[in-house]
Ligand binder design. Structure first.
Ligand code: GLY
Length: 373
């Protein structure tokens, strides 16, 4: 059933849903202050990591992440085909390394947990890890090879989604939404009122700022701050050096997690802290220092890269750390919220689910389990 759909939110979830809904025949408008630049999607590293993001006690979330990962090759190919733009989808896998003996013990516990879930991960010695990633420090305690965890260039992805949406006829209203009411109706911050047939809420950490959602059954969404750095290739002048890294490296460094995600242009994204600090988005010197120290402890060659950007992003997290996707108690208003650490990975899966929901077709059991209560 084709309809007019307004999507609140212009991050990776909002744009993926907009593109897929428009391909399904809906008349789609994205309402967001800065589509394609909104929220956590822009600052993210772009890891597609169902295995290395598997946390103890979150096996249901891991099943969802694995299903999300399965859709990525097809999604990337169709998006690149539709836009003629490359999005840096890279399937070279991930290596996680340990710095000290205690980090090695923690990695072994993690590996046992990954194996208990049937995930593909292999214990590797330091020299095996260095065979996979020559830039790794020799002073490590080995690691784990995870062949199925990949990455995409999140900023190229957002650019391609924006182009795909515009090419498919999606409209954009660059404004903030202040309230949602029955109808459904959207009230914009400047007082304008929009009355589509259906609404999809995908505002990331903007959710608590939207009035009218108190009795809709949606979980609370809070911001979980992450500092993240972008390092460029070495400053020009010494010819064209080979890239420092060719696959994603994650590390445990004296109990702290760090990751280094290489891009095709030789740059590296280094992240990320996990901080509960409310709405504080300030870039803190201490957090930048800690990320750089931890990253260089496992990949010393980052010393030669150019520090291009230090930023923070706010992950939209629910109390249970799982996303919420489904109809709210407000007639005609659906939600796709709370993707926390996994918004990029889950964007194709969420968009497919939203196409089913808004087309009034049954959703899969995995998605039904995420409905607002
Ligand atoms: N998915 C990585 C992060 O949230 O830092």
């Amino acid at each position: 059933m084709a309809s007019s759909v307004h999507i609140v939110g212009g991050g990776v979830i909002g744009l993926s849903c907009a593109w897929e809904l428009s391909r399904d025949g809906h008349d789609v408008t994205v309402v967001a202050p800065a589509p394609g630049r909104d929220g956590a999607s822009w600052v993210a590293a772009g890891m597609l990591a169902p295995v290395t993001e598997a946390q103890f006690g979150e096996s249901a979330l891991t099943a969802l992440l694995l299903e999300g990962s399965r859709l990525w090759p097809g999604f990337a190919a169709v998006l690149e085909g539709a836009t003629g733009q490359t999005i840096g989808y890279d399937a070279t896998g991930t290596v996680t390394v340990a710095l000290d003996a205690s980090d090695r013990a923690s990695l072994d516990d993690l590996l046992a947990y990954q194996h208990s879930l049937g995930l593909s991960a292999q214990r590797r010695s330091t020299s095996e890890c260095r065979g996979l990633v020559p830039a790794l420090s020799p002073a490590l305690r080995g690691g784990i090879e995870v062949p199925g965890d990949h990455q995409v260039d999140n900023r190229a992805l957002l650019g391609a989604l924006d182009a795909a949406c515009r090419g498919a006829g999606v409209s954009f209203v660059e404004a903030a939404v202040a309230a949602v009411a029955a109808g459904p109706e959207l009230v914009l911050a400047d007082g304008r009122r929009l009355r589509p047939e259906q609404v999809l809420l995908a505002p990331g950490t903007g959710l608590p700022g939207i009035r009218g959602l108190e009795a809709t059954g949606l979980p609370a969404v809070r911001p979980v701050k992450g500092h993240i750095l972008r390092l460029g290739p070495p400053v020009a002048g010494h010819g064209e050096p080979p890239p420092l890294l060719e696959r994603t490296v994650r590390g445990l460094v004296h109990g702290r997690s760090v990751y280094l995600v290489p891009r095709r242009d030789g740059s590296v994204v280094v992240g990320a802290t996990v901080e509960e600090r409310g709405d504080d988005t300030a870039v803190r010197a201490g957090a930048v220092h800690e990320l750089l120290c931890d990253a260089r402890a496992i990949v010393p060659g980052i010393d030669e890269l150019e520090l291009r950007e230090a930023a923070t992003g706010m992950r939209p997290a629910t109390p249970g750390n799982t996303p919420c996707i489904g109809w709210t108690a407000l007639d005609g208003v659906a939600a796709a919220i709370g993707h926390s650490r996994n918004g990029i990975l889950l964007s194709p899966l969420t968009a497919a689910a939203v196409v089913d929901l808004l087309g009034r077709r049954p959703v899969t059991p995995l998605i039904r389990a995420l409905a607002p209560t």
